[in-house]
Design a protein. Structure first.
Lengths: 407, 599
């Protein structure tokens, strides 16, 4: 109705000419009939969350994070668990305000719904690929509409932080694993929700028996024309891989030299995960260097597919950050959301709700277990890149890659 | 054209529902209506300003003043232009210009042949060919690329059939492939524009040429200049479309070493560091290119008048095709559609079928169960319904505004505002829709607006506005052809015979336009339903339109689900087009269908 009032429906307006009025009325109809009411908060009100005990999350046993046997925690316990100390203190009397979540994570929808059910805080989800979400956030800079952003890769998030757009000094109060802790930035402007790795080589064991063990191995003649990877200009998670390999080779220049050698040994570049895997499917290549979640989702249904981790693959944290300009209540609720997603109930959703992709990840909490069939993350030779160092180079390196490596 | 005359015609465009009645004649409403023209056109400009000008200008302002919307610290600078004129961005601009020129030329040539066969000969199965033209228009360019790719890739369909496609593959992944896909995408547009010209072209011109001893070629030489406005209109829009296409830019052009401007613009906006000011500068150059194209067009038309449907237009006697002629024509048209539509579709479909035989894992398996899943899962079905509803509403708004705009455009020979509108609209076509989407955020997500309760960004209303705005330039240009051919004398004749202004309009102009309006609406609807960048940037949280939902499915590796959603929508749309056309045929007076006989 607020929208309808934008266009005067004054009797004299017809005098402007029917054509114009007709156009206006059609648009008016657009807002009248198409604008459905915003999702209303479920009966469970904020008070459930606010008055519930604020047990420090770190005190909770989180050993069951990944286990599927535990029955789902009831809504009230989840709410209790998710209400972090700070959130509970701040959000006491106020009615919940809706959170706006910008997300490109497979199970974001399921998580948002579960959180809303558990806490009564409505979550409006904008789910899309990473590129458009970042473009929106950047364009909204003067008047941000998002409360939280949740995507793969810390480089873009670090770039937002460097513009002072993120809430700093907050880390969810949960039982981080050592790896989880290692991914937390010093200024606490974002935090990991799970990790995948990029650069894992998937191959069909029917066609290949002894895969290579290091990146240097791939330069040997025996692997000529056998390896495919994604184009970092097109595939979001591939830039961290390129950056990671460059980092391991000793820097950008050495890294560029390595990729050139790889190219002369017949490296093939495809657009995205699915294209590279497809090229392997049709026999164009024998190995695909892709994101682990993409491969494991397919491996699940194709047991002859195997994964090998050349030393070293690149850790790709899936991260969340909170809008630094959001009102205090929104920030408090956003913290509640983060701790809910990292609670046992949230971790169960993460493992269950995106079995065609992002559920195939490793948790970042102590005791968190990956889905069956995935190796222990600690057994994988993996390293992360510093997003504050490699993030700003993304455009330049991607351009170089397109010019020099893409065939 | 005198100003007063201009106005009286304008009045006659007004009311469909304000039929002049005796009671109404003396009431305030009617006299207000008589005054309306004075208010109508300025009001119209305000509407266009809000829909198109303000958002686009906001985006373009960033090239000079990044600080205006928080995208940098400088209030006045030229550095984004320097960045745009270097390295890959400059290469992208040059490539895009070349591609757009070649695309326009190829598209127009094909369209002329096709339109002549369909409109001017006794070609059989015209209804079928017409439907295929629409199928072609609705096919997203990236689907076409995917189809060609799966045909020609190593171990692709051709390869497995024992045909060596390596050479073709090489050829396709470069400028040639890009031009071909874009030209086939632009073909329906050029076809409609040229057809509109040919429909309006009475037999008398050809007769006159033949009477004076001209052979077929000389007749064509004589007729071409007469339908030149339609040709130019078609060429201009294909050119601008070629500059702004993203489907091909993001697939073919990105994968081959052939950066085009849209892609560099998109990269400036979609990868970090996000640089809206540089994207804005690229936008300026795209508009400049279209400006050049328009100057060429004005020069070529040289201010002549091209209204050709008048009271004396004689019905066309279609050229009789003999058996051989018919056969040759069918083969030509069939061959064209086979290559433009059939081959890529075949590629896409056969790849999914062949996947089962490759012995590997099949990413693309599409079964009936997938369709069932889409239809029975609310989260998958609701985006389809939302987009259909938004498409219908915004397309209707765009048509109403499009008619008014087309009238301004059709007067461009005599009016400055017409020329301005022309440049602005074609410029808007040349800008990829991500520019409009981002422009809407800059213009309508202001703190000032929010503080007075006008938080438009994030509402379906604004999304609908942007959809209408994105289509308006196309819609208006589609209608310029038909509208510019209607001479004022038709209306005057009707008035002389005692019709009121409104009646004169409904009895003369409307019948001539209905068919064009119908097609334009259907096109606009289809365009909106598949519009990705605007949907991504402006959709209200929690209400995913179809394109975003599909991308989301594909991103999470549910290829079958995503494809099923796309194919279901495409099929539903084709069914709807068939239905609308059938209803049109049944319900409209016979006289209105006069043109249809020749089509």
């Amino acid at each position: 109705m607020k929208l309808a009032s934008l266009i005067p429906s004054h009797p004299n307006s017809t005098s402007l000419g029917t054509g114009l009025a007709l156009g206006a009325s059609i648009l008016l109809a657009a807002c009248g009939s198409a604008a459905t009411p915003a999702p209303t908060a479920p009966a469970a009100s904020a008070s459930t969350a606010a008055t519930s005990s604020s047990v420090p999350a770190s005190a909770r046993p989180s050993a069951d994070a990944g286990s599927a046997s535990k029955p789902a925690a009831s809504a009230s316990t989840a709410a209790a668990a998710s209400a972090g100390a700070s959130a509970a203190a701040q959000a006491k009397p106020a009615a919940p305000v809706p959170l706006t979540l910008y997300a490109a994570t497979g199970y974001d929808d399921a998580m948002a719904k579960a959180f809303q059910t558990a806490t009564g805080i409505p979550v409006n989800l904008v789910a899309d690929s990473t590129g458009p979400l970042l473009a929106k956030i950047q364009a909204e800079k003067n008047n941000p509409q998002w409360s939280m952003v949740w995507i793969d890769g810390a480089e873009a998030i670090a770039a937002l932080d460097q513009q002072g757009m993120l809430l700093r000094g907050y880390t969810p109060n949960v039982d981080w694993s050592a790896q989880g802790k290692s991914l937390l930035p010093k200024n606490q402007s974002y935090f990991p929700m799970h990790v995948t790795v990029v650069g894992v080589l998937f191959y069909d064991s029917k066609n290949l028996s002894s895969p290579p063990a290091t990146w240097q191995d791939l330069l040997k003649p025996e692997w000529k024309n056998m390896v495919g990877m994604n184009n970092p200009s097109i595939s979001g998670p591939t830039y961290p891989f390129v950056a990671g390999v460059m980092d391991q080779m000793g820097g950008e220049d050495q890294g560029k030299a390595y990729f050139k050698q790889l190219k002369s040994n017949g490296l093939q570049v495809f657009n995205k995960n699915k294209d590279t895997l497809h090229a392997m499917d049709i026999g164009q290549i024998k190995m695909s260097a892709v994101q682990s979640s993409a491969g494991y989702a397919i491996l699940d249904k194709n047991p002859t597919l195997k994964a090998v981790y050349p030393s070293k693959v690149v850790l790709l944290p899936n991260v969340m950050a909170i809008d630094g300009k959001a009102p205090a209540q929104v920030q408090a609720e956003a913290k509640q959301f983060a701790e809910f997603a990292l609670s046992p109930k949230g971790q169960q959703i993460a493992a269950d709700e995106a079995r065609d992709g992002d559920s195939w990840h490793w948790p970042v909490l102590n005791g968190g277990k990956a889905l069956p069939g995935m190796p222990d993350i600690n057994s994988i030779p993996a390293a992360a890149v510093d997003p504050y160092v490699w993030g700003p180079k993304e455009d330049e390196i991607n351009q170089w890659f397109t010019d020099n490596i893409v065939p | 054209m005198v100003h007063g005359q201009h106005r009286s015609v304008a009045t006659s465009y007004l009311p469909l529902d304000l039929e002049r009645t005796d009671q109404a004649r003396h009431t305030g409403a009617w006299s207000a209506l008589r005054r309306a023209p004075r208010l109508l056109w300025p009001a119209l400009w305000v509407v266009f300003g809000l829909l198109l000008l303000l958002p686009t200008a906001s985006f373009l302002l960033l090239a000079f003043s990044p600080a205006a919307f928080g995208q940098g610290s400088e209030w006045l600078t030229l550095s984004p232009f320097l960045a745009a004129l270097s390295g890959p961005t400059l290469r992208g601009l040059i490539d895009s210009f070349g591609v757009a020129c070649a695309t326009a030329a190829l598209s127009l040539t094909l369209a002329c042949g096709l339109a002549w066969l369909v409109q001017r000969t006794t070609l059989r199965a015209k209804a079928f060919w017409n439907l295929l033209i629409w199928a072609l228009m609705l096919m997203p360019s990236y689907l076409s690329v995917v189809g060609w790719e799966s045909l020609m890739e190593p171990k692709g369909v051709l390869d497995r059939l024992g045909l060596d496609a390596a050479g073709l593959h090489q050829l396709f992944f470069g400028p040639l492939g890009i031009v071909w896909v874009l030209a086939t995408k632009g073909l329906p547009f050029a076809f409609l524009a040229v057809s509109a010209g040919m429909l309006g072209l009475g037999q008398q011109f050809e007769d006159a040429a033949r009477v004076h001893g001209a052979g077929p070629w000389a007749s064509i030489r004589m007729v071409l200049p007469i339908i030149a406005p339609a040709l130019w209109s078609g060429a201009a829009i294909v050119f601008a479309e070629g500059m702004s296409d993203f489907g091909v830019a993001s697939t073919l052009a990105a994968a081959s070493h052939f950066p085009v401007a849209t892609y560099t613009l998109y990269r400036a906006v979609g990868s970090i560091p996000i640089r809206f000011p540089v994207a804005s500068a690229v936008g300026w150059f795209l508009i400049l290119a279209v400006g050049l194209a328009l100057i060429v067009q004005y020069r070529a038309l040289n201010g002549r008048s091209f209204s050709i449907i008048n009271g004396r237009t004689r019905p066309v006697a279609p050229r009789q095709l003999g058996l051989l002629g018919q056969l040759a024509a069918q083969m030509a048209v069939g061959g064209l559609f086979l290559v433009a539509l059939g081959v890529p579709l075949l590629g896409a479909v056969s790849a999914s079928l062949l996947g089962d035989f490759s012995g590997g894992f099949n990413l693309h398996s599409l079964t009936l169960a997938t369709y069932q899943r889409v239809l029975s899962t609310p989260s998958l079905l609701s985006p389809v319904l939302l987009s259909a509803r938004m498409g219908a509403i915004s397309a209707s708004a765009a048509i109403v505004l499009g008619v008014l705009l087309a009238r301004i455009l059709s007067r461009r020979q005599s009016s400055v505002s017409g020329r301005t509108a022309d440049l602005l609209l074609l410029g808007a076509v040349a800008l990829p829709s991500i520019v409009l989407g981002a422009g809407y955020i800059f213009a309508y997500n202001l703190n000032v607006l929010a503080s007075i309760g006008l938080q438009l960004y994030g509402t379906l209303f604004l999304l609908g506005m942007a959809y209408a705005a994105a289509c308006l330039p196309h819609t208006a240009r589609l209608l310029v052809g038909p509208i510019s051919q209607i001479q004022g004398s038709l209306l005057e004749a009707a008035r002389v015979h005692g019709s009121g202004e409104a009646a004169a309009w409904t009895s003369t102009v409307l019948p001539l336009l209905t068919r064009a309006l119908l097609w334009a609406w259907l096109y606009t609807f289809g365009h909106i339903v598949f519009e990705l960048p605007i949907s991504e940037l402006l959709y209200p949280a929690g209400q995913q339109p179809l394109p975003v939902a599909v991308v989301k499915r594909l991103e999470s590796y549910d290829f079958a689900g995503g494809s099923a959603m796309l194919l279901l929508t495409a099929m539903a749309m084709l069914a709807m087009i068939g239905l609308v056309l059938a209803v049109f045929k049944r319900l409209t007076p016979r006289g209105w269908q006069l043109q249809q006989k020749s089509a």
